[in-house]
Design a protein around this ligand. Sequence first.
Ligand code: SF4
Length: 350
Amino acid sequence: MSKLYNIKNWTRQNLWAWMVENAETQSKMQAFRADQIFYWLYQQKVESFAEMLNISQEIRKMLEEHFWISSMKIAESQKSQDGSIKYRLLLEDGYSIECVFMPHTNHNTVCVSSQVGCGMGCDFCMTGTMGLVRNLKTAEIIDQILTVWGDLPDEQNLRNIVFMGMGEPFHNYKNLLQALEILTDKHGFNFSQRRITVSTSGLLPKIRRFGKERIKTNLAISLNGVTDDVRSKLMPINKAYNLEELIKVCREFPLESRRRITFEYILIRNLTDSIEDAKGLIRLLHGLKFKINLIPFNSTPISKYQVPSPEQARKFQKYLLDHGVVAPIRISKGQDIQGACGQLVVGAKT
Ligand code: SF4
Protein backbone atom coordinates (compact mmCIF):
# COMPACT_ATOMS: atom_id res chain seq x y z
CA MET A 1 0.00 0.00 0.00
CA SER A 2 1.33 3.46 -0.80
CA LYS A 3 1.99 5.86 2.03
CA LEU A 4 -1.03 8.09 2.14
CA TYR A 5 -0.63 10.53 4.92
CA ASN A 6 1.98 13.00 6.05
CA ILE A 7 1.89 12.31 9.79
CA LYS A 8 2.70 15.94 10.64
CA ASN A 9 -0.68 17.01 9.28
CA TRP A 10 -2.32 15.07 12.12
CA THR A 11 -3.05 16.09 15.69
CA ARG A 12 -2.51 13.49 18.39
CA GLN A 13 -6.28 13.07 18.74
CA ASN A 14 -6.60 12.35 15.00
CA LEU A 15 -3.75 9.89 15.13
CA TRP A 16 -5.26 8.18 18.15
CA ALA A 17 -8.66 7.89 16.41
CA TRP A 18 -7.01 6.40 13.33
CA MET A 19 -5.14 3.88 15.44
CA VAL A 20 -8.34 2.88 17.23
CA GLU A 21 -9.90 2.13 13.89
CA ASN A 22 -6.93 0.56 12.18
CA ALA A 23 -4.39 -0.79 14.57
CA GLU A 24 -4.97 -2.33 17.93
CA THR A 25 -7.90 -3.24 20.07
CA GLN A 26 -7.19 -1.77 23.48
CA SER A 27 -7.86 1.94 23.40
CA LYS A 28 -5.42 2.64 26.25
CA MET A 29 -2.62 1.13 24.26
CA GLN A 30 -3.52 3.17 21.21
CA ALA A 31 -3.46 6.41 23.17
CA PHE A 32 -0.08 5.39 24.53
CA ARG A 33 1.23 4.76 21.02
CA ALA A 34 0.01 8.14 19.78
CA ASP A 35 1.71 9.77 22.78
CA GLN A 36 4.94 7.96 21.99
CA ILE A 37 4.84 8.82 18.31
CA PHE A 38 4.37 12.50 19.18
CA TYR A 39 7.25 12.31 21.64
CA TRP A 40 9.56 10.98 18.93
CA LEU A 41 8.37 13.41 16.26
CA TYR A 42 8.35 16.64 18.24
CA GLN A 43 10.50 16.18 21.32
CA GLN A 44 13.19 13.95 19.83
CA LYS A 45 12.63 15.43 16.35
CA VAL A 46 13.33 12.18 14.53
CA GLU A 47 12.86 11.97 10.78
CA SER A 48 12.06 8.25 10.39
CA PHE A 49 9.85 5.67 12.08
CA ALA A 50 12.89 3.41 12.44
CA GLU A 51 14.27 5.83 15.05
CA MET A 52 11.21 5.43 17.30
CA LEU A 53 12.99 2.92 19.47
CA ASN A 54 10.39 2.02 22.08
CA ILE A 55 7.67 1.39 19.51
CA SER A 56 7.28 -2.23 18.47
CA GLN A 57 8.47 -3.31 15.06
CA GLU A 58 4.93 -4.30 14.19
CA ILE A 59 3.57 -0.79 14.84
CA ARG A 60 6.53 0.83 13.08
CA LYS A 61 5.85 -1.32 10.06
CA MET A 62 2.21 -0.32 10.10
CA LEU A 63 3.17 3.35 10.37
CA GLU A 64 5.60 3.00 7.48
CA GLU A 65 2.89 1.48 5.33
CA HIS A 66 0.44 4.32 5.84
CA PHE A 67 2.38 7.43 6.78
CA TRP A 68 5.42 9.41 5.80
CA ILE A 69 7.36 12.07 7.69
CA SER A 70 7.98 15.32 5.86
CA SER A 71 10.97 17.59 6.27
CA MET A 72 11.84 20.93 4.79
CA LYS A 73 14.95 22.06 2.99
CA ILE A 74 16.65 25.37 3.58
CA ALA A 75 17.10 27.00 0.19
CA GLU A 76 19.10 29.85 1.68
CA SER A 77 19.63 31.68 4.94
CA GLN A 78 20.93 35.14 5.65
CA LYS A 79 22.26 36.31 8.98
CA SER A 80 21.65 39.90 10.03
CA GLN A 81 24.07 42.04 12.01
CA ASP A 82 21.62 41.85 14.92
CA GLY A 83 21.81 38.01 14.95
CA SER A 84 18.44 37.41 13.23
CA ILE A 85 18.42 34.78 10.54
CA LYS A 86 16.06 34.87 7.61
CA TYR A 87 15.40 31.48 6.04
CA ARG A 88 13.98 30.70 2.64
CA LEU A 89 12.43 27.26 2.93
CA LEU A 90 11.47 25.04 0.02
CA LEU A 91 8.03 23.48 -0.20
CA GLU A 92 7.30 20.18 -1.91
CA ASP A 93 5.60 21.77 -4.90
CA GLY A 94 8.53 24.07 -5.61
CA TYR A 95 7.19 27.21 -3.92
CA SER A 96 9.13 28.71 -1.08
CA ILE A 97 8.33 30.67 2.04
CA GLU A 98 10.27 32.77 4.52
CA CYS A 99 10.67 32.32 8.20
CA VAL A 100 12.74 34.48 10.57
CA PHE A 101 14.63 33.54 13.72
CA MET A 102 15.06 36.42 16.15
CA PRO A 103 17.44 35.96 19.07
CA HIS A 104 16.70 37.58 22.42
CA THR A 105 18.52 37.02 25.68
CA ASN A 106 15.87 34.80 27.27
CA HIS A 107 13.26 34.28 24.66
CA ASN A 108 14.39 33.36 21.19
CA THR A 109 11.52 33.80 18.79
CA VAL A 110 10.63 32.34 15.45
CA CYS A 111 8.32 34.22 13.11
CA VAL A 112 6.47 31.76 10.88
CA SER A 113 4.43 32.01 7.70
CA SER A 114 0.91 30.67 7.31
CA GLN A 115 0.46 31.09 3.54
CA VAL A 116 2.47 31.38 0.35
CA GLY A 117 1.86 35.05 -0.38
CA CYS A 118 -1.15 36.82 1.10
CA GLY A 119 -4.47 37.97 -0.26
CA MET A 120 -5.00 40.88 2.11
CA GLY A 121 -3.14 43.42 -0.01
CA CYS A 122 -1.91 45.73 2.76
CA ASP A 123 -0.38 48.70 1.02
CA PHE A 124 2.77 48.87 3.13
CA CYS A 125 3.61 45.17 2.87
CA MET A 126 5.86 43.40 0.37
CA THR A 127 4.11 40.06 0.93
CA GLY A 128 0.83 41.73 0.01
CA THR A 129 2.19 42.50 -3.47
CA MET A 130 2.36 38.76 -4.22
CA GLY A 131 -1.32 38.02 -3.79
CA LEU A 132 -2.36 34.70 -2.31
CA VAL A 133 -0.70 31.68 -3.90
CA ARG A 134 -1.92 29.02 -1.47
CA ASN A 135 -2.46 28.08 2.15
CA LEU A 136 0.24 26.18 3.99
CA LYS A 137 -0.62 22.72 5.23
CA THR A 138 -0.41 22.00 8.94
CA ALA A 139 2.80 20.01 8.36
CA GLU A 140 4.35 22.94 6.49
CA ILE A 141 3.69 25.25 9.43
CA ILE A 142 5.18 22.69 11.83
CA ASP A 143 8.16 21.94 9.59
CA GLN A 144 9.21 25.60 9.56
CA ILE A 145 9.69 25.46 13.30
CA LEU A 146 11.48 22.11 13.23
CA THR A 147 13.77 23.25 10.42
CA VAL A 148 14.79 26.50 12.08
CA TRP A 149 15.23 24.75 15.42
CA GLY A 150 17.38 22.07 13.79
CA ASP A 151 19.62 24.73 12.29
CA LEU A 152 20.37 26.43 15.61
CA PRO A 153 23.32 25.51 17.82
CA ASP A 154 22.37 22.94 20.48
CA GLU A 155 22.09 25.36 23.36
CA GLN A 156 19.68 27.64 21.49
CA ASN A 157 16.08 26.95 22.34
CA LEU A 158 13.00 28.50 20.86
CA ARG A 159 10.70 30.08 23.44
CA ASN A 160 8.23 32.12 21.39
CA ILE A 161 6.37 31.57 18.17
CA VAL A 162 4.72 34.43 16.35
CA PHE A 163 2.46 33.99 13.36
CA MET A 164 3.55 37.22 11.75
CA GLY A 165 5.37 35.96 8.65
CA MET A 166 3.86 35.67 5.21
CA GLY A 167 0.09 35.40 5.09
CA GLU A 168 -3.06 36.04 7.10
CA PRO A 169 -3.20 33.13 9.60
CA PHE A 170 -6.99 33.34 9.99
CA HIS A 171 -7.39 32.81 6.25
CA ASN A 172 -5.90 29.38 6.86
CA TYR A 173 -7.92 28.73 9.98
CA LYS A 174 -8.23 24.93 10.07
CA ASN A 175 -4.55 24.26 9.40
CA LEU A 176 -3.53 27.00 11.84
CA LEU A 177 -5.67 25.45 14.58
CA GLN A 178 -4.23 21.98 13.97
CA ALA A 179 -0.71 23.40 14.09
CA LEU A 180 -1.54 25.14 17.39
CA GLU A 181 -2.83 21.80 18.75
CA ILE A 182 0.48 20.12 17.92
CA LEU A 183 2.59 23.01 19.19
CA THR A 184 0.83 23.17 22.56
CA ASP A 185 0.28 19.41 23.00
CA LYS A 186 2.17 18.24 26.09
CA HIS A 187 3.31 15.17 24.16
CA GLY A 188 4.20 17.33 21.13
CA PHE A 189 6.25 20.52 21.31
CA ASN A 190 4.68 21.43 24.65
CA PHE A 191 4.85 25.18 23.98
CA SER A 192 3.00 27.33 26.47
CA GLN A 193 -0.09 28.94 24.93
CA ARG A 194 1.16 32.21 26.41
CA ARG A 195 4.29 32.00 24.27
CA ILE A 196 2.45 31.85 20.98
CA THR A 197 0.99 34.90 19.26
CA VAL A 198 -1.36 34.86 16.30
CA SER A 199 -1.47 38.13 14.44
CA THR A 200 -4.37 39.06 12.19
CA SER A 201 -5.15 41.97 9.93
CA GLY A 202 -8.65 41.95 11.44
CA LEU A 203 -10.81 39.16 10.00
CA LEU A 204 -13.65 39.72 12.44
CA PRO A 205 -15.65 36.47 12.02
CA LYS A 206 -12.46 34.50 12.66
CA ILE A 207 -11.45 36.62 15.66
CA ARG A 208 -14.87 35.84 17.19
CA ARG A 209 -14.43 32.15 16.45
CA PHE A 210 -10.87 32.11 17.79
CA GLY A 211 -12.13 33.54 21.08
CA LYS A 212 -14.25 30.42 21.54
CA GLU A 213 -11.45 27.91 20.92
CA ARG A 214 -10.00 25.78 23.70
CA ILE A 215 -6.47 26.92 22.86
CA LYS A 216 -5.88 30.44 24.11
CA THR A 217 -2.81 31.95 22.47
CA ASN A 218 -2.06 35.64 22.46
CA LEU A 219 -3.92 37.70 19.90
CA ALA A 220 -2.32 40.56 17.99
CA ILE A 221 -4.13 42.85 15.60
CA SER A 222 -2.56 45.04 12.93
CA LEU A 223 -4.20 48.39 13.52
CA ASN A 224 -2.00 50.93 11.75
CA GLY A 225 -4.56 53.70 11.47
CA VAL A 226 -6.93 55.50 13.84
CA THR A 227 -9.42 56.71 11.23
CA ASP A 228 -11.25 54.63 8.64
CA ASP A 229 -9.78 56.83 5.89
CA VAL A 230 -6.18 56.10 6.83
CA ARG A 231 -6.72 52.46 7.78
CA SER A 232 -8.63 51.72 4.56
CA LYS A 233 -5.82 53.29 2.56
CA LEU A 234 -3.26 51.05 4.26
CA MET A 235 -5.37 47.92 4.75
CA PRO A 236 -8.18 47.08 2.31
CA ILE A 237 -9.77 44.80 4.92
CA ASN A 238 -10.92 47.92 6.72
CA LYS A 239 -13.46 48.45 3.94
CA ALA A 240 -15.08 45.14 4.88
CA TYR A 241 -14.73 45.48 8.66
CA ASN A 242 -14.28 49.05 9.78
CA LEU A 243 -12.68 50.35 12.94
CA GLU A 244 -15.91 50.60 14.91
CA GLU A 245 -16.73 46.94 14.23
CA LEU A 246 -13.14 45.86 14.89
CA ILE A 247 -13.01 47.56 18.28
CA LYS A 248 -16.44 46.15 19.21
CA VAL A 249 -15.19 42.61 18.52
CA CYS A 250 -12.03 43.32 20.54
CA ARG A 251 -14.16 44.47 23.48
CA GLU A 252 -16.11 41.21 23.32
CA PHE A 253 -13.02 39.00 22.93
CA PRO A 254 -12.68 36.73 25.99
CA LEU A 255 -9.28 37.39 27.55
CA GLU A 256 -7.68 35.16 30.16
CA SER A 257 -6.60 36.91 33.35
CA ARG A 258 -3.47 39.03 32.96
CA ARG A 259 -3.72 38.84 29.17
CA ARG A 260 -4.25 41.71 26.82
CA ILE A 261 -4.61 42.25 23.12
CA THR A 262 -1.54 43.53 21.31
CA PHE A 263 -2.18 46.16 18.68
CA GLU A 264 0.51 46.63 16.10
CA TYR A 265 0.83 50.14 14.85
CA ILE A 266 3.16 51.09 12.03
CA LEU A 267 4.58 54.57 12.29
CA ILE A 268 4.69 56.11 8.82
CA ARG A 269 6.06 59.59 8.35
CA ASN A 270 3.32 62.21 7.91
CA LEU A 271 0.60 59.58 7.76
CA THR A 272 0.31 57.77 11.10
CA ASP A 273 2.98 59.37 13.29
CA SER A 274 1.43 62.64 14.53
CA ILE A 275 0.47 63.42 18.12
CA GLU A 276 -3.12 63.70 16.85
CA ASP A 277 -2.81 60.04 15.83
CA ALA A 278 -1.48 59.14 19.29
CA LYS A 279 -4.50 60.91 20.83
CA GLY A 280 -6.75 59.02 18.41
CA LEU A 281 -5.23 55.72 19.50
CA ILE A 282 -5.94 56.42 23.14
CA ARG A 283 -9.54 57.41 22.36
CA LEU A 284 -10.11 54.38 20.13
CA LEU A 285 -8.74 51.78 22.55
CA HIS A 286 -10.11 53.32 25.74
CA GLY A 287 -11.44 50.65 28.10
CA LEU A 288 -9.66 47.72 26.45
CA LYS A 289 -6.90 45.63 28.03
CA PHE A 290 -4.17 46.22 25.50
CA LYS A 291 -0.65 47.15 24.66
CA ILE A 292 0.65 48.75 21.50
CA ASN A 293 3.72 47.69 19.59
CA LEU A 294 4.99 50.70 17.71
CA ILE A 295 6.78 49.62 14.55
CA PRO A 296 8.67 52.29 12.64
CA PHE A 297 7.94 51.64 8.96
CA ASN A 298 10.63 49.64 7.14
CA SER A 299 11.48 50.92 3.73
CA THR A 300 11.22 48.37 0.93
CA PRO A 301 12.43 48.63 -2.66
CA ILE A 302 8.94 49.53 -3.87
CA SER A 303 7.58 51.43 -0.91
CA LYS A 304 5.73 54.66 -1.43
CA TYR A 305 5.73 55.45 2.28
CA GLN A 306 8.45 56.99 4.38
CA VAL A 307 10.31 55.98 7.48
CA PRO A 308 9.41 58.21 10.49
CA SER A 309 12.12 60.31 12.08
CA PRO A 310 13.49 58.78 15.29
CA GLU A 311 12.55 61.99 17.17
CA GLN A 312 8.94 61.82 16.00
CA ALA A 313 8.73 58.12 16.89
CA ARG A 314 10.00 58.90 20.39
CA LYS A 315 7.55 61.81 20.77
CA PHE A 316 4.71 59.55 19.71
CA GLN A 317 5.77 56.91 22.18
CA LYS A 318 6.22 59.44 24.99
CA TYR A 319 2.69 60.72 24.51
CA LEU A 320 1.33 57.20 24.92
CA LEU A 321 3.56 56.40 27.90
CA ASP A 322 2.55 59.67 29.58
CA HIS A 323 -1.05 58.52 29.27
CA GLY A 324 -0.37 55.14 30.88
CA VAL A 325 -0.23 53.09 27.69
CA VAL A 326 2.34 50.29 27.37
CA ALA A 327 3.91 51.09 24.00
CA PRO A 328 7.36 49.67 23.25
CA ILE A 329 9.00 50.71 20.00
CA ARG A 330 9.83 47.51 18.18
CA ILE A 331 12.94 48.11 16.19
CA SER A 332 12.40 45.41 13.60
CA LYS A 333 15.08 42.80 13.66
CA GLY A 334 16.73 41.75 10.45
CA GLN A 335 16.23 45.01 8.56
CA ASP A 336 19.52 44.66 6.70
CA ILE A 337 18.39 41.29 5.29
CA GLN A 338 14.82 42.31 4.44
CA GLY A 339 13.57 40.04 7.20
CA ALA A 340 11.64 42.63 9.13
CA CYS A 341 7.92 43.22 9.40
CA GLY A 342 6.35 43.73 6.00
CA GLN A 343 9.48 42.78 4.10
CA LEU A 344 9.00 39.09 3.46
CA VAL A 345 8.45 38.23 -0.15
CA VAL A 346 9.29 35.02 -1.93
CA GLY A 347 7.10 32.22 -3.18
CA ALA A 348 7.72 31.82 -6.86
CA LYS A 349 8.41 28.25 -7.89
CA THR A 350 12.10 27.61 -8.19
S1 SF4 B 1 0.63 42.85 6.49
FE1 SF4 B 1 0.08 40.69 6.87
S2 SF4 B 1 -2.09 40.59 6.26
FE2 SF4 B 1 -1.28 42.46 5.33
S3 SF4 B 1 -0.60 41.85 3.26
FE3 SF4 B 1 1.18 41.68 4.63
S4 SF4 B 1 1.19 39.54 5.28
FE4 SF4 B 1 -0.85 39.97 4.47
